[in-house]
Design a protein around this ligand. Structure first.
Ligand code: ZN
Length: 302
């Protein structure tokens, strides 16, 4: 498989330069740069759109709408955040709107509706998987429990857990795309993972961890897993874990949930060859008075 230019750009500086070059090239009307951008972000956008609209055509329509909006606002992007976070923020705006519309329609016809569930690829047990605390009792039904518990989370919790654990975004970008501070992101991530861990533990008939009466805030476990503790706090917490069963159990369950969610990937879908999207780009280029590029500059990463 041919590697994309962004994968070949190894360092953060190279990646940033590549992203800037791509962005500026699109602004100048490069269809090739636009296709690369779509190739790069399209599959992830489609996965996110499916969280809200599992119907494939609907999800693709949302992705297309987001691209059209992004093209219209391209000059307003100011690099306060990554291009990806900006782009996905636009997508979320469209997705949340359509979900609210769908919920209103449900109320109108008064039909109880089960939360949508996308078709998932069942993960195969791997070395890491065997090390998870609940692996021996794990089954396809258990994935259904995770999906249902995820769908039942409040929107902010669900989005944070999905971007951080399912999509594997780093915390900074999760904050940017969801408009959260670091502390807020940690809080919703902890709340979401805790709720999922409880659902899985109940499904597997495991005892709860019990209430920690040691004075450590529960969110410390997530802060520890997220690498947010200082070196001193980390050492103190690790020493505490060796003799506090409740905190140790909680940490193990939260770690297990995060690891499970990382395996919860959904099939990609390419939107690179979407003719409607290509047409939308060409119309946008015409409105800007830009001409198609015949060649890209020499410094273009291959
Ligand atoms: Zn404790």
């Amino acid at each position: 498989m041919r590697r994309s230019g962004v994968q070949e750009a190894q360092t953060d500086d190279q990646r940033a330069l590549y992203e800037l070059a791509l962005y500026e090239s699109v602004r100048l009307g490069s269809g090739r740069a636009f296709r690369r951008l779509v190739d790069q972000h399209g599959p992830g956008m489609l996965r996110v759109a499916r969280w809200y609209r599992p119907d494939e055509d609907e999800a693709r329509r949302l992705v297309r709408q987001a691209w059209v909006t992004a093209l219209g606002g391209l000059d307003m992007f100011a690099w306060h955040t990554s291009f990806r976070a900006w782009l996905f923020g636009i997508l979320l705006h469209h997705c949340r709107g359509t979900q609210a519309d769908a919920q209103r329609a449900d109320v109108a016809v008064a039909v109880p509706r089960r939360p949508p569930r996308a078709a998932h690829r069942q993960p195969q047990p791997s070395g890491d998987w065997q090390d998870l605390p609940w692996s021996p009792a794990w089954s396809p039904e258990s994935w259904g429990v995770v999906d249902d518990a995820l769908a039942a989370l409040p929107l902010a919790w669900r989005e944070a857990v999905r971007f951080r654990d399912v999509e594997g975004w780093d915390s900074g970008e999760v904050c940017d795309v969801l408009g959260l501070t670091g502390a807020e992101e940690l809080g919703v991530l902890h709340a979401g993972r805790t709720r999922l861990a409880a659902a899985v533990a109940e499904h597997l008939g495991l005892d709860g961890c019990g209430e920690a009466r040691c004075g450590w805030a529960a969110v410390t476990a997530t802060a520890y897993l997220e690498g947010r503790l200082s070196a001193d706090q980390r050492r103190t917490y690790e020493a505490h874990l060796s003799h506090c069963g409740a905190c140790g159990c909680q940490l193990q369950q939260l770690r297990g949930v995060a690891a499970m969610l990382a395996l919860r990937s959904t099939p990609d879908g390419s939107v690179a060859a979407d003719p409607a999207l290509e047409a939308a780009f060409r119309r946008w280029r015409v409105t800007r008075g830009l001409r198609p590029w015949r060649r890209l500059p020499m410094w273009w990463p291959r």
